[in-house]
Design a protein around this ligand. Structure first.
Ligand SMILES: C[S@@+](CC[C@H](N)C(=O)[O-])C[C@H]1O[C@@H](n2cnc3c(N)ncnc32)[C@H](O)[C@@H]1O
Length: 287
């Protein structure tokens, strides 16, 4: 991990006890220091990570412009819905613990932090394997005085976190980028307590023919043309291609089932341009 971090490194966090009991001594219980996210990444994942690091400085502005800021409404819905689902089984004497995987520049993490600051507080761990992305979240969090949002640099497929420590785990527009999506969901489910929630916010394709055609034009033409030029990269061609190729909501629901989640819901947002998927970690029968 880089020593020129704008936020504490994983090892520094472990030493300072900033993430008590949430952080395991090593990946999958192995007693080892937490590896740099670069260790063990496939060639494809390394390539994707480099691409996200390139667009980190322009990501936020482009995101809001290209989505006409509708993404803010989707994040707001995600925060409200997931907190409501996890609330009934939450220990009232413990502050909320939220994990935001593939957090990027942290818009969802900060939306959670903002909401939690109004309902008694809590801790939000924003996890991403791109250092450049996390640098953005660290400065945004500081500017917004939202300290609970803790950036952690790690691979979503090997969460260096103990099992069952979080009330909920979310991934917004990140699942698509994982080289093994069902494994990513299983990892999220592993670190959530029984009764807690796993949520995915992800693009899809609208059912309505007209909307689908307009959206198709936007994806294949407008998004790459504006995004690539602005970010001086090919990242927005990649983004458009991965949205086009992403499986149907039914398949995402299947992955969530395979992750042993229950009460799975898939809620279309803005005519099905995006979906909010939620699932609950089963409570053990003797609890
Ligand atoms: C499209 S951005 C989404 C960021 C943010 N969640 C949002 O809603 O704007 C996808 C993010 O996933 C991260 N990512 C992709 N694969 C990852 C992995 N295996 N582990 C950790 N982060 C990953 C990328 O670095 C990038 O920041």
């Amino acid at each position: 991990m880089s020593t020129e971090t704008d936020f504490p490194s994983f090892q520094e966090r472990q030493r300072s006890g900033h993430l008590p009991e949430l952080v395991s001594p090593g990946v999958n219980g192995k007693a080892q220091s937490v590896p740099s996210p670069a260790d063990g990444l496939s060639a494809r994942a390394t390539q994707i990570r480099a691409m996200f690091s390139t667009i980190a400085p322009t990501y936020d502005r482009l995101n809001h412009v290209l989505s006409f800021s509708i993404d803010r409404l989707w994040r707001h819905r995600t925060v409200r819905r997931t907190l409501a689902l996890a609330e009934p089984t939450r220990r009232a004497d413990r502050p909320w613990r939220v994990l935001d995987v593939c957090a990027g520049t942290g818009d969802l993490s900060l939306a959670f932090a903002r909401r939690l600051s109004k309902v008694g507080g809590g801790r939000v761990v924003a996890l991403d394997y791109s250092h450049a992305m996390l640098t953005q979240i660290a400065s945004k969090g500081r500017a917004a005085r939202l300290e609970p949002s803790l950036p952690v640099e790690a691979d979503a497929l090997r969460l260096p976190l103990a099992g069952g420590g979080f009330d909920l785990a979310t991934v917004a527009f990140g699942l698509r980028n994982l080289v093994d999506r069902p494994a990513g969901l299983r990892e999220m489910a592993r670190v959530v307590r029984p009764g807690g929630v796993v949520a995915v916010l992800e693009f899809s394709r609208p059912r309505n023919r007209l909307l689908r055609a307009l959206y198709g034009f936007y994806l294949s033409r407008l998004l790459p043309a504006v995004g690539n030029r602005w970010s001086r990269s090919n990242a927005y061609t990649y983004l458009a291609d991965t949205i086009e190729a992403f499986p149907s909501p039914g398949e995402v629901v299947d992955w969530m089932r395979q992750a042993n989640l229950e009460r799975i819901e898939a809620e279309p947002l803005t005519g099905g341009i995006a979906f909010l998927y939620t699932g609950v970690v089963p409570c053990k029968s003797n609890e």
